[in-house]
Design a protein around this ligand. Structure first.
Ligand code: UTP
Length: 316
């Protein structure tokens, strides 16, 4: 049983230092690419998706990161480790730019790995982090969910945890047609702009049962009380141990806030969103953008021109 805590209790929250990055899902939406490669390692322009996520955690001051990995543990471990032969070869050539690019992932934070034996659900993946996290609040960043690097969502969530204690989820308004794809929060207003009090959560509700249009997206700052709840959370939707179900219990007995996010977010585990992410980020890259945008304009113009459906060759 969680000790009930009133909203008026002065928070005594220790600073959050640890982040957990679950990356052990099966990635079935992206098969066959994910048959032998975790979806978190799919390249977004020239970095794997999970590197953007780790960079975001490090930028918010989280210097201890635990990856929860699954079948394809090696690819993720290797990416965040040193690659001595490659580094030596680049150093011998004097290619310092690429040498830095190869070294950067291992320098971002203190990175640890733990194995989720069976992908029993996101809640179970978080529970695997219990021993490493201990009795401290911690952040969870989903390894395939990218928040635009210019956004400060995670820092804002950490502030809300510091002010109010309890747990904090990130919420994004989605259309009624999309809500069945997400965890959905019942909310009431709070005194802080852009922050709501979460009174309940439901995983992937049908449109007619959704308590709001607020979808839970892949950033959380959790009180360690979540572990006790997860420990006794039975498999829920899809036969998986759902983090949303544990948060629903926390929202009933403890404090859960939601930070409403209105910025750019990319779900790279979804094929269409993955493609949009790569195109958008490539366009914004100073080294690639100008040439790529010029090509893209020609490509789209050719798509829109009459006759392309008859088999005309698209922009080369
Ligand atoms: P998803 O809901 O995207 O599930 O997981 P999935 O199984 O990876 O992908 P699909 O739906 O089959 O395509 C959200 C996050 O939780 C992690 C995933 O790796 C992803 O980062 N996860 C999910 C785990 O770590 N373990 C699990 O058992 C399930």
């Amino acid at each position: 049983m969680i000790t009930p805590r009133s909203a008026a209790t002065p928070p005594s929250s220790p600073a959050v230092r640890k982040a957990v990055v679950p990356a052990a899902g099966l990635g079935t939406r992206f098969l066959p690419a994910t048959k032998a490669t975790p979806k978190e390692m799919l390249p977004v322009v020239d970095k794997p998706a999970i590197q953007y996520v780790v960079e975001e955690a490090a930028a918010a001051g989280l210097d201890d990161i635990l990856m929860v990995t699954g079948r394809h543990k090696r690819a993720i471990e290797d990416h965040f480790d040193h690659a001595f032969e490659l580094e030596q070869a680049l150093a011998a050539k004097g290619d310092t730019v690429r040498l830095d690019a190869v070294r950067d992932p291992a320098r971002l934070a203190d990175i640890h790995h733990i194995r989720q034996g069976d992908p029993l659900g996101l809640g179970h993946a978080v529970l695997c982090a219990r021993r490493h996290v201990g009795d401290q609040p911690f952040a969870v960043l989903l390894g395939d969910d990218l928040i635009d690097p210019r956004e400060t969502l995670l820092s804002r969530m950490l502030e809300v945890r510091e002010q109010h204690a309890g747990s904090v989820v990130a919420l994004m308004e989605v259309s009624p047609e999309q809500i069945h794809l997400y965890g959905c929060a019942a909310v009431e207003p709070s005194a802080d702009a852009g922050v709501v009090r979460v009174t309940g959560l439901v995983e992937k509700p049908p449109r007619e049962h959704a308590p709001s249009s607020y979808a839970v997206i892949g950033r959380y700052v959790l009180d360690p009380a979540v572990f006790g709840v997860l420990d006794r959370t039975p498999p829920g939707r899809g036969g998986e141990i759902q983090l949303t179900d544990a948060l629903q219990e926390l929202a009933t007995h403890d404090i859960v806030h939601g930070v409403v996010f209105t910025g750019l977010r990319y779900d790279t585990g979804d094929k269409a969103d993955y493609l949009r992410t790569v195109v958008r980020l490539a366009c914004e890259r100073p080294d690639l953008g100008p040439e790529f945008i010029a090509w893209l304009k020609g490509f789209v113009a050719a798509l829109e021109s009459p006759g392309h459906e008859d088999g005309e060759t698209l922009a080369a």
